[in-house]
Write a protein that binds this ligand. Structure first.
Ligand code: FNR
Length: 184
């Protein structure tokens, strides 16, 4: 049975290292998974309860619809100031206020990417914390932190040039596929 993973990106910028990784996931996947990249968090307005009261913005619906149909969520993101990038948190805030909530109960995994050596490791805890607030089942291990990313990712061709990273991501997706099957 094929499972669908919705990918939520944490970076808004065009030359994003983490976006290259997000877009590479489908090509690195084992059989039995398909991927949809959700609209970028930069498409959403700032969360505002007054805006919400006037009606859910179309951009939020456009993110929520494919996520609702997906079996799982994969967040691929940089670390900002040892934590979750604001636009990513904003997206989760919007999604969490919908009824039904498309995040609730879904299996999830986190991939972080950084030019620094720690690979965005410090963002995992804060992101996991937020996802747990939505009763999401977050796969804890193995953790994916791609450090020294400028040496491993070719922005011009949009590819991961580092073979070790590529095979680790394939192994992670294989494990995530089993985790999803056990969760849904
Ligand atoms: C960063 N960056 C960063 N890197 C890191 O490893 N730990 C950190 O805490 C931060 N903090 C941080 C805050 C802000 C506001 C910015 C803009 C950047 C650097 C960051 O990892 C780098 O710019 C990445 O290339 C951003 O990811 P994308 O956009 O390339 O995917």
């Amino acid at each position: 049975m094929t499972r669908t993973i919705a990918i939520l990106e944490g970076s808004l910028r065009k030359a994003s290292l983490s976006r290259v990784v997000a877009r590479a996931a489908a090509g690195l996947s084992p059989a039995g998974l398909e991927f949809i990249v959700l609209p970028n968090p930069g498409t959403l307005p700032h969360y505002d309860q007054d805006v919400m009261a006037a009606g859910v913005p179309a951009a939020v619906e456009a993110m929520a619809r494919p996520l609702s149909r997906a079996d799982a969520l994969l967040i691929v993101t940089p670390e900002y100031n040892w934590s979750i990038p604001g636009a990513l948190k904003n997206a989760i805030d919007w999604l969490s206020r919908l009824s039904p909530n498309p995040l609730e109960g879904k299996p999830a995994a986190i991939w972080s990417v950084s030019p620094g050596l720690l690979g965005g490791a410090r963002a995992h805890g804060p992101i996991r914390h937020v996802l747990h607030s939505q009763d999401m089942r977050v796969m804890a291990k193995p953790e994916v932190q791609i450090g020294a990313a400028r040496e491993k990712i070719d922005i011009v061709s949009g590819t991961i040039s580092d073979e070790t990273s590529r095979s680790f991501l394939t192994a992670h997706l294989t494990r995530f596929r089993d985790f999803i099957a056990a969760s849904v």
